[in-house]
Design a protein around this ligand. Structure first.
Ligand SMILES: [Zn+2]
Length: 282
C-alpha cells in the first residue's frame, strides 16, 4: 500500500490538519460527560478542542507529541519519512528535510521508534531463527588491522515467520540464553529452521519441531528447509544500520533492529505503514 508525498501534503497541509487527524483517531466516539454533546470545536491558538459547554479535550496529551516545541506537522513528516522508506532515514536526513536541529531530529526519530514495538501473538508456522553480529564501526574497522578493530556493537537474535513477521532481540552472547527469546516469541506448534549452530540443538528438547540446514557444509536449502527469510532481513538491516546510521552504538542496536523488524512485519498488512504508526500514537 502506497502513501505518497503528494497524498501526505494534500492531507496534512498544516499542523492544525494533523491535530484534527489525532482528534479523529482519539475522540471519534466523543460524548461530553457534562452535556452529552458529540460536537468538538477547535480552541483558537491552542492544541485543544472544546465541547459546546466548554469541556476540553487535548488530542496530544499522553502522546509522544505532548509538550514538544516542534510543530506537529514536522512530527508527522518525520513519521512519514520513517514509514515510507525501506531502509529508514537518519536524523541527519530529517534535519535536512524538515529544518529542525540535528538534536531535535534525533530525539524525534528515537521517540517514533518507541512506537515500533512488536507484540501480539506468538510467531507460528515455519519460523527461521538465526543470530548475527554487528560491528560498532564497520567502515573504520575495516581499515584497521584485525587485532585493533573496535569490536562488536552486539549480537542480535532474529525470528522470522516464512512470509510473515520478524522479531528481534539483542543478546549478550550466542549461547543457550538466546533460546529464552525463542520460547517467549515462538509458538510451540511452529516448525523452526536454523543453521547448525550448537545452541539450536536444544530446540527439540523444548518441544519444538526443528529442522537444520548446515551452512558449514555448503547447504542452503534442503528439502524446503532454509533460512532465506531471516537472511534477507539481516541484509536489509545491515545495509540500513551501516549505510543509514553509519555507525552503530551498542545501546541503540536493539531499537534500530526493532524499527526494521516493524517495517518488515507490517509492509504487507494492506494498510499504509504511516496509518498503522499513527494509530499506535493514539
Ligand atoms: Zn459538554
Amino acid at each position: 500500500m502506497k502513501f505518497t508525498m503528494k497524498q501526505f501534503n494534500d492531507r496534512f497541509p498544516t499542523s492544525d490538519a494533523c491535530l484534527e487527524e489525532l482528534k479523529q483517531l482519539r475522540f471519534a466516539d466523543f460524548a461530553c460527560p457534562n452535556c452529552d454533546s458529540s460536537k468538538l470545536y477547535k480552541v483558537k491558538g491552542r492544541s485543544m478542542y472544546a465541547s459546546p459547554c466548554g469541556f476540553q479535550v487535548a488530542p496530544l496529551s499522553g502522546t509522544i507529541f505532548h509538550k514538544s516545541s516542534t510543530d506537529l506537522r514536522t512530527w508527522f513528516l518525520t513519521i512519514f519519512l520513517m514509514t515510507t522508506t525501506r531502509s529508514g532515514v537518519s536524523a541527519k536526513t530529517v534535519e535536512r528535510m524538515t529544518g529542525v536541529t540535528y538534536k531535535t531530529a534525533w530525539r524525534m526519530c528515537n521517540q517514533i521508534r518507541t512506537l515500533m514495538q512488536d507484540g501480539g501473538d506468538l510467531l507460528t508456522g515455519v519460523v527461521e531463527v538465526d543470530e548475527t553480529y554487528f560491528q560498532a564501526n564497520p567502515r573504520k574497522d575495516s581499515r584497521l588491522p584485525k587485532g585493533k578493530r573496535t569490536g562488536e556493537a552486539g549480537i542480535v537474535l532474529g525470528m522470522a515467520e516464512v512470509g510473515g513477521r520478524v522479531r528481534v532481540r539483542r543478546v549478550p552472547n550466542s549461547g543457550l540464553g538466546m533460546l529464552d527469546h525463542v520460547y517467549e516469541n515462538v509458538s510451540k506448534s511452529a516448525i523452526i529452521h536454523t543453521d547448525g549452530w550448537l545452541a539450536y540443538k536444544k530446540l527439540p528438547k523444548m518441544g519444538y519441531t526443528h529442522a537444520v540446514v548446515d551452512h558449514s557444509i555448503g547447504q542452503h536449502v534442503v528439502d524446503g528447509v532454509g533460512t532465506q527469510n531471516i537472511d534477507g532481513f539481516w541484509n536489509n538491516l545491515k545495509r540500513g544500520v551501516y549505510g543509514v546510521y553509519r555507525h552503530c552504538e551498542p545501546k541503540y542496536l536493539e531499537s534500530y533492529a526493532n524499527e526494521y523488524a516493524w517495517r518488515y512485519s507490517n509492509c504487507n498488512s494492506g494498510v499504509p505503514m504511516f496509518e498503522l504508526l499513527l494509530s499506535k500514537v493514539a
